[in-house]
Design a protein around this ligand. Sequence first.
Ligand code: APR
Length: 292
Amino acid sequence: MQDVAENIRERRCKRVVVMAGAGISTPSGIPDFRTCRSPGSGLYDNLQQYDLPYAEAIFEIGFFHRNPNPFFALAKELYPGNYQPNLTHYFVRLLHQKGQLLRMYTQNIDGLERHQVAGVPPEMLVEAHGTFATATCTSCLRKYDGEELRPEVMSGAVPRCPTCKGVVKPDIVFFGEELPLSFFKYLTDFPLADLLIVMGTSLEVEPFASLAGAVRSSVPRLLINRDLVGPFAWGRRPHDVTQLGDVVTGVKELVDALGWTQELDALMAAGNSEKCLISENFKTYISKFSWI
Ligand code: APR
């Protein structure tokens, strides 16, 4: 880890690719899918209420067309706006601000990588499994902004297209659907990368998981995760580095080794004041309707 930190600090690594999964959002309160934290506390372990044939069905496109209700019940829990980014998200933003992030590839649909202060610009982010930020009518293919669906999703209803009454589905990539075209940026990003950082993922879902093997063999790969996963478990390379344990603790150790602690604290303080500002603005807006 010290060597990785020195290479970043001395700017010998200027094209860092980050791969992330649900484990970077559990510190924000969002359950991951297959957690190793404690058997039974992953999202897939807690879907009994939706009467699914098997857990992954909730993200299968064929099941969705037959019965969209379980997905929208879950969407109400996961919809962006209910959670705040954590230190891990701010670290990636800082890497970008220093001009050393080539691209962030995330499997997450919580949208925290789009956060105004902790997030990264759209062109730096590949949301490989889609996003709640936009949606599409499954019948007439009319496009929607994710915010247009919020009232119906938060009320537990299935969003319907006013044009054709078809079900409007968030642009989440379901099992059985194509990945977004942006995913194929990997074809040039990974050969160019001079450091790969993999955080908070089981590396169990393809084709995302195989990206971990797409960097050149001379390129260091740093895993920050509770447990060994993917090629870090069964096919280690000479320059692989693993920091096992809590992701926030691991990232904080890296940030301290980089000497970026003060800058990160300042960025997180800005993010928190942004959150306060938004809530103050919201209170001011609501206060105008004092008669409610
Ligand atoms: N600190 C460190 N590691 C953590 C933490 C944490 N706080 N929380 C979870 N993890 C680790 C888990 O131990 C596990 O190795 O993160 C990983 C999360 O793995 P998954 O739950 O499988 O999530 P992910 O890899 O993102 O799943 C990939 O599966 O169902 C699909 O589309 C879904 O995008 C998702 C994909």
